[in-house]
Design a protein around this ligand. Structure first.
Ligand SMILES: Cc1cc2nc3c(=O)[nH]c(=O)nc-3n(C[C@H](O)[C@H](O)[C@H](O)COP(=O)(O)OP(=O)(O)OC[C@H]3O[C@@H](n4cnc5c(N)ncnc54)[C@H](O)[C@@H]3O)c2cc1C
Length: 451
């Protein structure tokens, strides 16, 4: 994602949705779900993809889009490489500005915060929206707006004006004097403060901050790149489980806490350390069910902080008969809710979902049962509970689904039809690939095969 940012910004543009870990690949973001704080406007990363080039199970190269092999185009996202190999992507970009003005709202009750997120998400003036739940009584909502102008003679400006004349018109029409912006926060260096700690500090400890009439307790200006990758160092707060956030430590070992290193460690140590202890999962929950989901996850695991990121389904451009082909995404959940309109699952609201990121060591109660068993039980419980609420779990981590429970969440008929139509049987079935403690069973199978 960092390469993608560095390249597109030379044209004064950025992708509509740019997942916030630098090392995530475009393929991983599409095939394994990608989200960012601009998703409240544009949906998941997949909703910004306009064309793909893939290699099918038969070995042929195919270009697919919403008009050409539309069923494969829509089912490809979130399919974890089980329908084909992705070789090229075309995505939508938007005009960038050099800084982000970030405003922090402090909400002292998580139920009110969930409503407030929905309310702010309707504001078309802002570019970014996400939130950190530090505790039930301390939720910080952050709304961001891109501001400032690139200097007239910068490469950004020249490239963008040469290649995108429509942007040139917009820029030159803007007669206002360019705003002079002085960043108040920089996250660029490996010794820089971890972003979530900064948020906690300026909204809780720095008591001089008074709430203004819009309920904003603090404002920051930071460079766009620092904002986009703000959670990269420490991978949200996952680095905290290894060491403390002190300047001395950051100076000595901070360079080890980029998401790149943490991700590699997570992948290498999956079976032994992380996956059996550290709960790292994201669930995309229909807005009307988020409150219940948060309450249950806190009660069952007592993990804090939680990351709350609103996301819209954004399927207005998708033909009705294609919606059912978006098998592994949230529009499928919305379909199910609409079908159950008369059940008492909760009232139907627009198109808003909220991603709840739970990253931490669960405080699972042990009644004489080993931690590992409690951990497995909680994992299974959360999967089933999410399915009951029509939420979708990202499948990047360990899954504990039985085949029955897995296929209750996803449409097997459509998936099998697409696999057979496009001869994808060379690739593993998605349940085989990620289901039932995917990584653990994969590792043990690997070991057996090696023997
Ligand atoms: C703690 C944590 C926090 C996270 N937070 C966020 C977040 O804030 N925002 C966000 O968007 N995501 C987040 N993620 C999830 C992350 O985006 C996904 O795990 C993503 O898939 C990772 O991308 P990758 O490039 O590492 O993919 P990989 O892990 O390498 O691949 C993911 C899957 O896609 C398949 N695949 C990859 N490329 C191709 C290809 N070219 N063709 C076919 N198949 C392919 C792989 O086989 C694999 O099954 C988080 C993950 C963790 C662990």
């Amino acid at each position: 994602m960092e390469d993608l940012y560095d390249f597109t910004i030379t044209y004064g543009l950025i992708p509509k949705v740019l997942p916030e870990f630098k090392q995530i690949t475009a393929g991983g973001a599409l095939l394994g779900t990608g989200i960012e704080s601009s998703s409240f406007k544009f949906g998941l990363f997949e909703r910004t993809v306009t064309q793909m080039e893939i290699i099918t199970g038969e070995g042929s190269v195919m270009t697919i889009d919403k008009n050409k092999n539309a069923d494969l185009f829509y089912s490809f996202s979130g399919s974890y490489g089980t329908l084909g190999i992705l070789t090229l992507l075309e995505i939508e970009l938007i005009e960038a500005k050099p800084f982000v003005q970030l405003s922090y709202h402090k909400i002292t009750d998580y139920k009110t915060a969930v409503d407030k997120i929905a309310q702010i998400s309707k504001n078309t003036e802002i570019d970014f929206l996400d939130s950190i739940l530090f505790s039930r009584r301390n939720v910080i909502i952050m709304e961001g707006k891109m501001v400032g102008e690139f200097p007239k003679n910068s490469t950004f400006s020249k490239n963008s004006q040469k290649n995108f004349p429509s942007l040139k018109t917009q820029n030159t029409n803007n007669k206002q004097t360019p705003q002079k912006i002085k960043p108040t926060l920089s996250l660029r260096y490996f010794w820089s403060k971890w972003f979530y700690r900064h948020v906690f500090f300026v909204t809780n400890i720095d008591s001089e901050k008074e709430e203004n009439d819009k309920g904003i307790v603090h404002k920051d200006f930071l460079p766009l790149k620092d904002y986009i990758f703000r959670y990269d160092r420490c991978a949200f707060w996952m680095g905290t489980f290894l060491e403390k956030d002190t300047l001395k430590y950051r100076l000595l070992l901070g360079w080890l806490r980029s998401s790149y290193v943490l991700y590699r460690m997570r992948k290498l140590w999956t079976a032994r350390n992380f996956e059996e202890k550290l709960y790292t999962h994201d669930f995309i929950v229909p807005h009307e069910n988020v409150e219940g989901f948060i309450q249950e996850s806190i009660q069952k695991m007592f993990v804090h902080p939680l990351w709350l990121c609103p996301v819209t389904t954004n399927t207005s451009n998708v033909e009705n008969d294609q919606i059912q082909n978006i098998i592994f995404s949230i529009s499928d959940s919305r379909n199910k809710i609409n079908q159950k309109k008369n059940s008492n699952l909760g009232k139907i609201q627009d198109d808003l979902f909220v991603n709840v990121g739970i990253y931490g060591l669960p405080d699972v109660v042990d009644f004489g049962v080993p931690y590992r068993e409690c951990f497995d039980i909680v994992n299974k419980y959360m999967e089933n509970f999410a399915c009951f609420l029509n939420a979708k779990k990202f499948l990047y981590g360990s899954s504990y689904y039985s085949p029955q429970s897995f296929w209750r969440c996803y449409n097997k008929n459509v998936y099998d039809k697409i696999r057979s139509k496009y001869n994808a049987h060379l690739f593993p079935d998605i349940y085989q690939k990620i289901g039932n403690c995917g990584l653990r069973s994969k590792l043990s199978n690997l070991n057996k095969n090696e023997k």
